[in-house]
Design a protein around this ligand. Structure first.
Ligand code: IMP
Length: 191
């Protein structure tokens, strides 16, 4: 048996770590995800692809470890609000939370409640190379009210096939989520 390949995941979000470690444990026996708690400044750019790329480049400059690593940036895009909060999802969540989003959506019905989640994983194979991006999306809708105890962030208001993400366990969420899809692309690339 060959030795396991270690890949570092820089983030301060323990929920993201759990989701990604669970997925790697079940889908990629030869890969170990090593979490590094690291709070990098997140640029407020219009595209989360650009945010993820700049964050990876920032870590390359600031951190002295010469191992493969990745970061990820995610956002919720509500169609009827022209993609809001999108790249500003963290700021908006901290300011108005799920109840605030539900208020903004109060007069929206049916198809008007469509929304998507997007994750961009930026992977640096070595500190000399440019980040490679892997994108995953999940299409769903904004629920009428918060539902479910699991997950984090916008999960209680993001509904997919009748259940919110907060009504799924980690494994169920991973199978259909933006993060699961983006991370599976990274795993396929590595193996
Ligand atoms: P960031 O990727 O950490 O910048 O996340 C942006 C915002 O979206 C934060 O408020 C997160 O809590 C939220 N968020 C990120 N990923 C998810 C998810 O998988 N489900 C629900 N909310 C998420």
């Amino acid at each position: 048996m060959g030795s396991k390949k270690e890949i570092i995941f820089f983030t301060t979000n323990k929920n993201k770590v759990k989701e990604i470690k669970d997925l790697a444990d079940s889908e990629a026996k030869n890969i170990t995800i090593v979490h590094r708690e690291y709070d990098y400044p997140e640029l407020q750019l219009e595209e989360i692809e650009a945010v993820a790329k700049e964050s990876a480049n920032y870590i390359k400059k600031k951190v002295a470890i010469k191992k493969p690593f990745f970061i990820e940036d995610s956002g919720l895009f509500i169609h009827a609000l022209n993609g809001f909060p999108g790249p500003f999802s963290a700021f908006v969540f901290n300011k108005i939370g799920n109840e605030g989003i539900l208020k903004l959506m109060a007069d929206k019905e049916g198809e008007e409640r469509r929304a998507s989640f997007k994750t961009v994983v930026a992977f640096c194979e070595s500190f000399e190379k440019e980040p490679i991006l892997f994108v995953g999306t999940a299409e769903g809708k904004i629920a009428e009210k918060v539902r479910g105890e699991g997950g984090f962030g916008y999960d209680p208001i993001f509904e997919f096939e009748g259940k919110t993400f907060a009504e799924r366990n980690t494994d169920e969420k991973n199978r259909v989520s933006h993060r699961g899809r983006a991370f599976m692309k990274l795993l396929n690339y590595i193996s």
